[in-house]
Design a protein around this ligand. Structure first.
Ligand SMILES: Nc1ncnc2c1ncn2[C@@H]1O[C@H](COP(=O)(O)OP(=O)(O)OP(=O)(O)O)[C@@H](O)[C@H]1O
Ligand SMILES: [Mg+2]
Length: 531
């Protein structure tokens, strides 16, 4: 045995050896392509137990199932509870795979540097305690990579959009994939997929997070096991070719109901359901409670008019609130419109686009207002309220409205009242500041969580799942958008103003609900046509 630069015990590369008959038998057992990994991990793989210290790995029933699934399927996706021995199993399997298959490149990708290091540390621990006659020698032995003398290597990297690019990967292992930032996970997956298509294997493991991220998509498709003709797909893999494997928290021999109660008391129900029950409940600190978010389902639009999704046709004597959150329309942020019906507080329509210039955005707003009026009848102007956010590009929106003639817009243009003591020049529409946004967020949370408003749009529900705390305010998670939510926040602010103005709105949104927080009572609404 040789000492590496780290001072750990490794085996020198290309050592000439003599084996006893028993050792040859062990080697043959380990080399068995069908069950060699089980023989190897059970007999030669050591792990560090939190209380018992160094122990020989004796996989639990569900870990054996996991190991079989690694070996029997080319593409694996696993959804397993926290602390269930996922990393341990992977370390044992990857070590075996590298030592008993020549010339393989194994890439370990984890969402954090420390995660990648942890897997490597387990592999090194297992390797160092392995008897010389079953293990390969090492050509290089580093924190982030190990190269064996059979030509195989294990490389660990943090998951980024470019991880693994240019490498010819024989086996990819992704740990905690649901926790990789959504846009990075997507980019990574797009760039790595062609590499795998040329024959590589993949193992993706995670506890769940949002039900819409790349991990969730891969998992859901793995559970979808019928082809377009309704026939079961071979080997029980899903339509994406992945075999999905999951275990339950109580499969672990040390975990029973008493343990569940204690753990739930410690971490709370929501975290328990996510981390041990493997339910898709968003991990981040979302504005809307993640259990509530998982209950929001949405539906298909009943009609599409251009890019406008209608979920419910305007009708009867209902009130309609329409809000526009404008954008530059240059391909970055989206402009968005929300339409809600009162008193039901049901979402009727929604629009979003990122390459419509401001003139076009205002025109679409007017088209929507015209459509509502048409559906309701000519006398309906009193039943429609609309507004826009007037920050930055919104100011240009106000000019467009003036040029088009505010009187050509059916309904009433709602504006924020001037607050006492404010000398700022009055501008129509709503101005969003840190504090107006935070209080609108608080109201929206209340309205959704108490089931006072009904959201129909799936894109809006998606945005809410990515709308998370950032310091003392809320915004879209890196790589996601929040324009539909912003338009909804504006609509909530409109409803607050209207609750003090129109008794029909007051009835629906009782002031007590909306003014639970201490905010300055708004002054009457402005309806002047002067901008
Ligand atoms: N079969 C086993 N017998 C005894 N101890 C085990 C077994 N499998 C795993 N362990 C121990 O359980 C602990 C958790 O294992 P591991 O870190 O692999 O779980 P994990 O599912 O990756 O956890 P996390 O969710 O935190 O990433 C480790 O200390 C590991 O040594
Ligand atoms: Mg782990």
């Amino acid at each position: 045995m040789a000492k590496s630069l780290d001072g750990v015990l490794t085996k020198k590369a290309h050592t000439k050896e003599r084996f006893t008959e028993e050792q040859v038998r062990d080697l043959l057992m380990c080399s068995d392509p069908v069950e060699g990994y089980l023989y190897f991990v059970k007999n030669f793989f050591n792990i560090q137990h939190p209380t018992k210290g160094k122990i020989r790995f004796e996989p639990y029933e569900y870990q054996i199932g996991l190991l079989h699934s690694y070996n029997d399927h080319r593409f694996n996706v696993n959804m397993m509870p926290r602390q269930s021995g996922k990393t341990t199993c992977a370390a044992g399997y990857l070590l075996w795979y590298a030592m008993f298959h020549p010339d393989q490149t194994i890439l370990v990708a984890a969402h954090k540097y420390t995660g990648a290091q942890e897997i490597m540390q387990r592999i090194r621990y297992g390797y160092e305690l392995c008897p010389d006659y079953v293990r390969c020698g090492v050509v290089s032995y580093n924190k982030g990579s190990i190269e064996f003398d059979n030509g195989s290597r294990i490389v660990s990297q943090t998951t980024t959009g470019t991880t693994g690019r240019g490498m010819s990967i024989s086996l990819l292992y992704c740990d905690e994939f649901a926790f990789v930032q959504p846009n990075i996970a997507e980019e990574f997956w797009t760039s790595i997929s062609p590499t795998l298509a040329t024959g590589g294997k993949a193992i993706i493991t995670s506890t769940p997070n949002s039900d819409e991220d790349t991990f969730a998509t891969i998992w859901k498709e793995s559970q979808h096991k019928f082809d377009e003709y309704g026939d079961t797909i071979e080997n029980d893999v899903g339509i994406n070719g992945f075999f999905g494997y999951r275990s339950n928290w109580d499969d672990h021999p040390d975990r029973d109901d008493a343990w569940k109660q204690a753990e739930m008391g410690r971490i709370g129900e929501e975290r328990f359901r996510r981390e041990y029950g493997c339910e898709f409940l968003v991990y981040d600190e979302t504005l809307i409670n993640s259990i509530k978010l998982s209950e929001l389902l949405g539906r298909d639009p009943v009609e599409k008019m251009g890019q406008v999704r209608w979920y419910r046709k305007p009708s009867g004597n209902n009130l309609y609130l329409v809000s526009l959150d404008p954008s530059l329309g240059t391909g970055g942020d989206y402009a968005a419109i929300q339409v809600f019906e009162l008193p039901s507080m049901i979402q009727c329509a929604e629009w979003q686009h990122n390459i419509t210039p401001i003139q076009g955005q205002i025109k679409i707003l007017r088209d929507i207002l015209n459509y509502i009026q048409e559906q309701l009848g000519v006398e309906s102007s009193n039943n429609i309220y609309w507004s826009i956010e007037n920050n930055t590009v919104g100011e240009a929106g106000l000019v467009v409205i003036k040029d088009m003639g505010e009187e050509t817009f059916p309904g009433l243009f709602v504006s924020e009242p001037i607050r006492k003591g404010h000398v700022r020049k009055f501008r129509k529409g709503f101005n969003t500041t840190y504090s107006t946004k935070v209080s609108a967020c608080a109201r929206l949370k209340f309205l959704i969580e108490s089931d006072r408003i009904k959201i129909n749009s799936r894109p809006l529900i998606s945005e809410l799942k990515g709308f998370i705390a950032a310091g003392t305010t809320f915004k879209a998670k890196e790589g996601l958008h929040d324009d539909l939510v912003s338009a909804l926040l504006l609509l909530v602010r409109m409803s607050v103003i209207l609750a003090d103005w129109d008794p029909r709105v007051t009835e629906v949104l009782s002031s007590r609900d909306l003014y639970e927080e201490d905010i300055e009572p708004p002054l009457p609404i402005f309806v002047s046509t002067n901008l």
